[in-house]
Ligand binder design. Structure first.
Ligand code: V1P
Ligand code: CA
Ligand code: ZN
Length: 373
């Protein structure tokens, strides 16, 4: 396997932000990942870059002026007044107005935009931003722990230079914000794999395929609890291979949400680290410019393991990685086994049990065959 030029975007300040009373999404996991990547001596094998923070103006290439202005001004104290008592911008409890929400968002978005620019310039084959992947954020509203949609901003940046972008989302939740943003265009194909049925955000059926010029260019793969590596691969590979064949994207953005791993606090899938990383390996093999982003992931030590291993996959050095973790600042967190692994549990795979996976795969492939018809 030939070498790839990898650009890795990291802002050392990102780990310091906390989401206030919502203790699920921890920006600190990006620092823990970084420290593990560093302990594995991967930093000198790629271009390590600190991205410029996204300006408010840049964010308005997707979000409304009013929403970005709100986010740049809001504090925990002024939130009620500025959000009209929680009826606009920050609705419900998922998105608290935490201290530094705008700076955090500008780091996340700045990384994904810089990653896109690096691909556009041809200076990298793979660009990574583990602080990105916040796929639920809407044009004028925060949703599901996401305030600014760094993915949409990154894809818009890619579209300045390339004709077609493929967006793939392996977070356990539906990539609704990205799907919605590009629902009526054929310049972006979105493909989300997610748990569907009594689960946030509630969208992402296979009937939702895009509209107008975008008809057929939104692909949804709704899944049930407990999907294993083999079952996931048996739908991911044929669907993505078919998309690459019929759509021929000039660049691919892969959201690597780690809540699809076994044992996640909010997720309900049963993927091991290797099953999750297989998606990265598969896309790297295709020789198409690739942006890797973070996303969900709520069992922090496993998020750090997966994204560290996926960084090694981007570099093509995963076969040389020691499964025993090197000493690092957070070493104690990784006990009792201290290994670079996320193991599966004994939960049932409901997708295979009732034959629904086979039906979902067939339906997705049919949708894609119709595109060229
Ligand atoms: O279920 C909901 C909403 C709130 N209810 C009225 C419906 N929200 C979920 C949000 C999950 C967000 C996932 C983000 C990502 O895809 C990308 C970063 O991973 C939710 C859940 C849950 N169990 O699904 N919010 C909360 N739990 C929550 C709990 C306590 C405090 C704040 C939020
Ligand atoms: Ca998904
Ligand atoms: Zn998620």
């Amino acid at each position: 396997m030939s070498r790839r030029r990898v650009a890795y975007y990291y802002d050392p300040d990102v780990g310091a932000y906390t989401f206030g009373y919502n203790q699920y999404l921890k920006p600190h996991r990006v620092k823990i990942t970084h420290d593990l990547i560093s302990a594995y001596d991967m930093l000198d094998k790629m271009h390590v870059l600190k991205p410029a923070r996204s300006s408010a103006e840049t964010m308005t290439s997707f979000h409304t002026d009013e929403y970005v202005q709100f986010l740049s001004r809001v504090t925990p104290e002024t939130a009620a007044k500025l959000s009209f008592n929680g009826t606009r911008f920050l609705v419900g409890d998922d998105n608290p107005p935490f201290e530094g929400v705008f700076e955090f968002s500008s780091i996340s978005a700045g990384g994904s935009i810089a990653a896109a620019q690096r691909i556009n310039s041809g200076a990298a084959d793979i660009a990574i931003n583990w602080a990105g992947g916040l796929h639920h954020a809407k044009k004028a509203e925060a949703s599901g722990f996401c305030y600014i949609n760094d993915i949409v901003l990154g894809i818009l940046e890619l579209l300045r230079d390339v004709p077609r972008v493929l967006y793939i989302d392996i977070d356990c939740h539906h990539g609704d914000g990205v799907e919605e943003a590009f629902y009526t265009t054929d310049r972006v194909m979105t493909c989300s794999f997610h748990k569907y049925g009594s689960y946030f955000p509630g969208t992402g059926t296979q009937e939702d395929q895009g509209r107008g010029e975008g008809k057929g260019y939104a692909v949804n793969v709704p899944l049930k609890d407990g999907i294993t590596d083999d079952a996931f691969q048996s739908v991911f590979e044929p669907v993505i291979a078919k998309i690459l064949e019929v759509y021929r994207p000039s660049a691919v953005v892969l959201q690597c949400g780690a809540d699809s791993l076994a044992g996640d606090k909010l997720g309900c899938f049963n993927l091991t680290m290797h099953g999750h990383a297989h998606c990265v390996q598969f896309l790297r093999q295709q020789n198409v410019p690739l942006v890797l982003l973070g996303g969900g992931g709520y069992t922090v030590k496993n998020v750090a393991r997966a994204w560290t291993y996926e960084t090694a996959c981007a570099l093509g050095i995963e076969d040389t990685i020691d499964p025993l973790l090197p000493y690092n600042e957070y070493f104690d967190w990784f006990g009792p086994r201290f290994r670079l692994e996320v193991v599966s549990s004994n939960m049932d795979d409901l997708n295979v049990k009732d034959g629904s996976l086979e039906i979902v795969r067939q339906k997705a492939l049919e949708q894609l065959s119709e595109l060229n018809a």
